[in-house]
Design a protein around this ligand. Structure first.
Ligand SMILES: C[S@@+](CC[C@H](N)C(=O)[O-])C[C@H]1O[C@@H](n2cnc3c(N)ncnc32)[C@H](O)[C@@H]1O
Length: 261
């Protein structure tokens, strides 16, 4: 699991744009499954979902486990309330929101089933929980990061995996089953797909800021190795970039929704 401490600004300026690809689908699903308009975004990071919800007319708020994410969310979206909330115990009353969202959060908690149950607990009885999780076990950006690590002769640390009894399939069926195991009912899961087109320097700023596994690897190196990693990344992304200088990588996520029992 990634370490999110103190990466709020770096995440907001880089990887947040990657996760933003699913926000429209998350809010469409929420609107399709509840009449109410109170939305709580859990694991809100820099507040992308909560702010987009507010712009669509929801009465939205966000919570996150990490203070630097909350500071960034408040700076970027001063009109949206943000507070501390950590899965699997949010410390929020039962039946609080019509829609409870978690965009790429349940893949970062030690027990997704228990956390999904906690999302359902804070949803109103006729409300909905909507979550996204990356489709597949490895990120579509992984080949690019691996090529960069290979180029500088660094071994990638072993992937941090969940114990078998806490793990779940990273496809629509597996994620739906995880939601049902967490106690949700009327569960629906489907794939959403989009092209993530990024400015290589913008994404690298996130790596330098320590975001994601690759950011953790970068941060653990001395200055000479960091410079070699930067050069290798520049070479690799230059070769992949289009005429506008951006690199496009298709992404797929499982979008799952369900109701409290
Ligand atoms: C990949 S980011 C997604 C952020 C945001 N939802 C978005 O769409 O950009 C994962 C977020 O989950 C938060 N997070 C990780 N573990 C958490 C937990 N146990 N409870 C609440 N938030 C958590 C992190 O601090 C981070 O903001």
């Amino acid at each position: 699991m990634a370490d999110w401490s103190d990466v709020g600004e770096a995440y907001a300026a880089s990887f947040a744009a990657l996760c933003a690809g699913a926000v429209g689908a998350v809010l469409d699903e929420a609107a399709a499954r509840t009449e109410g308009r109170v939305l709580l975004d859990v694991g809100t990071g820099p507040g992308t979902v909560a702010a987009a919800a507010m712009a669509r007319g929801w009465n939205a708020a966000g919570v996150d486990a990490e203070e630097s994410m909350l500071a960034t969310a408040r700076r970027l979206h001063p009109g949206v309330p943000f507070g501390r909330g950590t899965l699997p115990q949010l410390g929020i009353e039962d039946d609080t929101a019509d829609a409870v969202t978690a965009n790429f959060v349940l893949n970062h908690v030690p027990d997704a089933r228990v956390s999904a149950g906690e999302l359902a607990r804070v949803a109103k009885p006729d409300g909905v929980v909507v979550a996204t999780i990356w489709h597949g076990v490895t990120s579509p950006l992984r080949p690019m990061w691996d090529a960069m690590l290979d180029a500088v002769g660094l071994d990638r640390p072993a992937d941090k995996t969940l114990p078998a009894e806490k793990d779940f399939g990273r496809d629509a069926d597996g994620v739906a089953e995880m939601f049902r195991d967490g106690g949700l009912v009327d569960v629906r899961a489907r794939i959403v797909a989009w092209d993530y087109a990024f400015d290589p320097q913008e994404l690298w700023n996130g790596v330098e800021g320590g975001v994601a596994t690759v950011g953790g690897i970068y941060r653990a190196q001395d200055a000479a190795m960091r410079a070699r990693m930067t050069d290798a990344y520049d070479r690799i992304t230059r070769a992949q970039a289009g005429v506008d200088g951006r690199v496009t990588v298709p992404h797929r996520a499982v979008l799952v929704s369900g109701r409290p029992a």
